[in-house]
Write a protein that binds this ligand. Structure first.
Ligand code: UT7
Length: 328
């Protein structure tokens, strides 16, 4: 049975840097509040008009180049996003077309901050069963267009950024490398604790021209509490499945929602923060894009070497969460 291995990584963030202080144009907030509560110093926002599929396209090009693959080599595209270009169809088909492909299948994943982990798991299954050999997995988001810029929007609005990350995942016959296990979870009982409820198929409410139409809601404290507990459990599941101790893992990459969540998880396992790759200070929360953006930068900085034991974990809206254990 072949294993699945990440052979190429790429990322793209828009050039516009939005520092915490700039957010004071809309919100009653401060650099000090945002940094001490979340670890964020700045994020990237697109200049409108922009397209999530296009951000994904730039990241995909880098990942394909690193894997020495052309779009024609792809058997499947998996696109994880909570901010698709259109209500439907998903951004995967738009990316497929941008890549110049004719009929390559494209699958969108709607698992928010856990989207990349879910996508990795789907890619792993397709490769392990022998159905496909080369898969492109995207996490891409444009969130600056759904932020609620009214005063009530400040808790959510200061946290999110735009960006994209991509991974090429290929079949390998080398034993003991690549994606070794994934663990996925969800709990819809908490769907309304972090959501954008409109536009919705449940209502006939029409969005008026010029109106925002979307109002993100987050119960920050409740989400925080679950994030720490659930990512801890998912990491433990990955460790147990591999028979690894927490200490022998070379690098942990957790979804970048709040540096204090990562600190709490590190403390729970008795690990130093250096064992966790973080870049939330530069990009904020980029939802499905955050893990592949971290992986791309970690690889560029030499923090991911062949043979390294790596654990990825994410938690987000749904609630959804999960982990993956890899040997790099
Ligand atoms: O990626 C998906 C998963 N998302 C997460 O994991 C996010 C989880 N939650 C969090 O990261 C944190 O709960 C937040 C960063 C969202 C909030 O931090 P907190 O320490 O839980 O603050 P809080 O919500 O308890 O708010 C404390 C105070 C409140 O004022 P009062 O009631 O104490 O007077 C808020 O109104 O801070 C106020 N506040 C703000 N002040 C300045 C809320 N947002 C802001 C703001 N600037 N942007």
């Amino acid at each position: 049975m072949p294993a699945a291995r990440i052979t190429g990584l790429g990322m793209y963030v828009p050039p516009r840097v939005v520092k915490n202080d700039e957010l004071r144009r809309w919100f009653d907030t401060s650099d000090e509040w945002i940094y001490t509560r979340s670890g964020i110093q700045e994020r990237r926002w697109v200049e409108e008009p922009a397209s999530t599929a296009e951000l994904g396209y730039y990241a995909a090009q880098s990942a394909l180049a690193q894997a020495d693959k052309s779009p024609q080599d792809l058997d499947l595209i998996i696109f994880a996003t909570l901010s698709p270009d259109m209500y439907f169809p998903g951004s995967g088909v738009l990316l497929q077309h941008k890549l110049g492909l004719e009929t390559t299948p494209a699958l969108d994943i709607r698992q928010q901050c856990s989207g990349f982990i879910y996508g990795l798991s789907v890619a792993n299954q397709f490769i392990r069963t022998g159905m496909y050999r080369t898969i492109l997995l995207l996490g891409a988001e444009i969130q600056s267009t759904w932020i609620d810029y009214s005063p009530e929007g400040r808790t959510v609005g200061v946290l999110f950024g735009d960006g994209a990350g991509a991974a090429v995942i290929e079949a390998t016959d080398s034993p003991g490398v690549g994606i070794l296990s994934t663990h996925l979870y969800s709990q819809g009982a908490y769907a309304r604790e972090l959501c954008v409820a409109e536009p919705s198929s449940a209502t006939r409410q029409h969005i008026l021209p010029g109106s925002h139409g979307m109002r993100p809601y987050m119960n920050g404290k409740e989400v925080f509490r679950h994030a720490v507990q659930r990512m801890g459990e998912a990491i433990q599941a990955a460790l147990s499945a591999q028979g690894w101790t927490a200490q022998e893992v070379n690098l942990y990459v957790l979804h970048q929602a709040n540096i204090r969540i990562v600190q709490a998880v590190a403390e729970f396992f008795g690990l130093p923060m250096e064992r966790f790759y973080n870049n939330i200070h530069k990009y904020g929360n980029t939802t499905a894009a955050s893990i592949p953006i971290c992986l791309t930068e970690a690889a560029q900085e030499g923090r991911l070497q062949r043979g390294h034991k790596v654990i990825l974990a994410a938690f987000g809206s749904g609630f959804t969460w999960g982990s993956a254990a890899l040997v790099w």
